[in-house]
Design a protein around this ligand. Sequence first.
Ligand code: 6PG
Length: 245
Amino acid sequence: MLKNKLNYNMNLDIHILAKPADVATAICKRITSIANISNTLHIAISGGSTPALLFTQLAYKTYANINWKNVHFYWVDERCVSPINDESNYKMAKAKLFSIISIPSKNIHRIKGENEANEEALRYSNEIAQQLPIYNGLPQFDIILLGLGDDGHTASIFPNQITLLTDTRIAVVATHPKTAQKRISLTGSIINNAKYVAFMVMGAEKANIVNQIITLNNTEYPAAHIRPSYGMLEWFLDQEAAKML
Ligand code: 6PG
């Protein structure tokens, strides 16, 4: 690790690593350590491009000697497209991880982007409610992995839909503000109820938004509101994404 920064006014644990591969390794090791002390691990993963490196390391690196039959994968969000569409978060995770590891198909809780959006949000919410333990009245994930958009969104909670942060439902329909693409997303209530949340952010194009959130705590951005009520939050950044801190 290049350096840890504890942002005391926000008691954030921030890990800055030299390269993207080092970021993926650090998170991979964190997931492995949590998985190895859990009977059943419920983990929600994000989409976009950033997690690809992590999925590859989870699939191939020996330190990720995880017993996959005890791990259940969910998505933080999914685009309302078919699972074979290049936009699909599931498609990327399947290519990089699920097609390589040996994991029971029942442990993969895909958001069915091909379904009608409102019906799917309800179906997925019910699946989560049935599978996960309840804590403080809401399903509790063991791990939630988040990305960060350069507009400060996380999951599919965009700045113009900031009420989704406190929506008490489990999963809802969101709309991409530029493309109007429908998405299914976990709400901020569920994310902040998790035991452990990690942001994985890489690249110079994210440096400004990372600074807005970590240093300035600019609450116009949804990601600034991710503060697990009972759990732990960590940020894993490469040097490029952290260069304004
Ligand atoms: C999605 C993601 C989204 C993503 C950020 C960062 O479905 O797009 O869940 O929240 O994490 O947009 O995306 P990149 O990793 O591609 O920068």
